[in-house]
Design a protein around this ligand. Structure first.
Ligand code: NAP
Length: 496
């Protein structure tokens, strides 16, 4: 039995209710966790409001020291967390280690931010006057996260929020609540004061909505589906809250005739079938120039069909389970849509049951060929191991196909032509662009997020993360000893 951390105490839901979390590879029960409601949210917000008054006054370098200890503790716990991550979320163990490593990187980065949090000064137009712009915390931050990066994504939100002096209430996804709780334990061990960070588990429609609508939570940082993001945006609007949304993707790799095909195939396999295709940045469209199409399809199909599907804890497994039965049915539903739309199923297209894993939820790596850009399988996020291959005549057409979806997260091009690469960098309208690499591989020191339906213009990670969790405060100090009116007392100023 796992408990929630609210006001510095490990507690059950006030209702006493719980819900189960399962291993998607085996179907085995992992644990029961509290199923909270609005009354638990109110308790967490009250504690956070109180704690934030003190936390914002802790000098940022001291806050950074606590985050530095978080980084160190995550390092010490990396293997244990990675094993647990594979068990609760399903991704293969090497990727689970990467998930935890991303949080370690973010913790070190944001700990260092404690000695920067840079504002700026600028010259002012009146003599005997000084101007500066400072960053202030927003207050209490509600951080709501999905299940596909159960440690990394919470780290992208909690760490910048905390270093900036906010208190945080964190709601993990109901498919990975144990990892959310384990993540917060690390902060307690690192000496974060009580109430500054709470974790609260329960259904998004209940706990999430109570958090988003609570007047005491001034900023909402959400990562998840476009549908839930839109709902959150509407719920937060009446209170005019600051809302940062990181939503779905329909990412493409472009392969030009002159590409290094071996390299491109490695990038495609990794981007389309890594994390079983359950990444916001997963490659779900492959835009291939005509001259290379035949050879690419043949070799890609053979590679995909040879991938080992199974329990991610086994080092021989290439592709783990999908998160749950609902996801399995949704993915298979899209495959049926693709067949109905007239795409050619090159490989996969079925639910599979590896030996001894009858309770798991597995889907075969799937490739559709002959896909037209307007088909639903080329437009809608499938969030599973399914990739749609679309032919293009040239670079201009390939870029136009890439840009013509409702999403704009990540894109990539494989080419040996430096001019084509720079044209693509210029014209691809996604928030992240890769050259001669797949659609995944972001590092925490650069802004992360997307255009169009992928979000609402905010970015996570790097310095951009601080924009979400801080308010600018402009300060003017007049030491002239007289009233000086900006924009009015403009003539005859000598100032000496
Ligand atoms: P989801 O169903 O939208 O859930 C995300 C989180 O929101 C969960 O904690 C969920 O709680 C909660 N939630 C659901 N409905 C809510 C509501 N009405 N109010 C408040 N909270 C609510 O998404 P998911 O299935 O976990 O994650 C997959 C999606 O995330 C994909 O679309 C993927 O592209 C996107 N994603 C985007 C990025 C990015 O950076 N752009 C990164 C990773 C994933 P419950 O779990 O309790 O329902």
């Amino acid at each position: 039995m796992y408990r929630n951390y609210i006001a510095g105490q490990w507690v059950d839901a006030l209702s006493g209710k719980t819900f189960p979390t399962y291993n998607p590879a085996t179907g085995a029960l992992i644990a029961e966790v509290p199923s909270c409601g609005p009354e638990d949210v109110a308790r967490a917000v009250d504690a956070a409001t109180e704690a934030q008054r003190r936390w914002r006054r802790v000098p940022a370098p001291r806050r950074g020291e606590i985050l530095f200890r978080v980084a160190r503790t995550l390092e010490a716990e990396k293997e244990r967390l990675a094993q647990l991550l594979t068990s609760e979320m399903g991704k293969v163990i090497a990727e689970a280690r990467g998930d935890v490593q991303e949080a370690i990187d973010m913790a070190f980065y944001m700990a260092g931010e404690g000695r920067r949090l840079l504002g700026y000064t600028a010259p002012v137009e009146l003599p005997g006057k000084f101007g500066m712009a400072l960053r202030d915390p927003v207050g209490v931050a509600a951080c709501i996260t999905p299940w596909n990066f159960p440690i990394a994504i919470p780290s992208w939100k909690t760490l910048p929020a905390l270093i900036a002096g906010n208190a945080v209430i964190f709601k993990p996804a109901s498919d990975t609540p144990v990892l959310g709780i384990e993540f917060v334990k690390i902060f307690e061990q690192a000496g974060l004061p009580p109430g500054v960070l709470s974790v609260i588990t329960g259904p998004g429609g209940v706990v999430g909505e109570a958090l988003v609508t609570h007047p005491g939570a001034q900023v909402v940082s959400f990562t998840g589906s476009t549908e839930a993001g839109r709902r959150i945006s509407e719920l937060a609007a009446p209170e005019l809250k600051k809302v940062s949304l990181e939503l779905g993707g329909k990412n493409a790799i472009i392969v030009m005739d002159d590409a290094d095909l071996d390299l491109a195939l490695n990038g495609i396999i990794w981007s389309a079938f890594g994390t079983t295709g359950q990444r916001c940045t997963a490659c779900s469209r492959l835009i291939v120039q005509r001259g290379i199409h035949g050879e690419l399809i043949e070799r890609l199909t053979a590679r995909a069909a040879a991938l080992q599907i199974g329990d991610g804890l086994l080092p021989t497994t290439d592709v783990g389970p999908v998160i749950n039965r609902r996801a399995l049915e949704s993915i298979h539903g899209y495959v049926e849509v693709g067949i109905r739309e007239g795409a050619r199923l090159a490989t996969g297209g079925q639910i599979v049951t590896p030996p001894g894993l009858e309770g798991g939820t597995f889907y075969a790596p799937t490739i559709f060929d002959g896909v037209r850009p307007e088909m639903r399988i080329a437009q809608e996020e499938i969030f599973g191991p399914v990739v749609s291959v679309i032919e293009a005549a040239d670079l201009v057409e390939a870029i136009a196909i890439n840009n013509a979806t409702a999403y704009g997260l990540s894109s990539s091009i494989f080419t040996r032509d430096v001019n084509a690469a720079f044209e693509a960098i210029r014209d691809l309208t996604t928030g992240v662009v890769y050259v001669n690499a797949g659609t995944i591989g972001a590092e925490i020191q650069f802004p992360f997020g997307g255009t169009r339906g992928t979000g609402n213009g905010h970015r996570e990670a790097g310095q951009a993360a601080l924009e979400v969790f801080t308010e600018w405060k402009s300060v003017y100090v007049d030491y002239s000893g007289r009233l000086q009116r900006a924009q009015i007392d403009t003539s005859g100023i000598v100032g000496v």
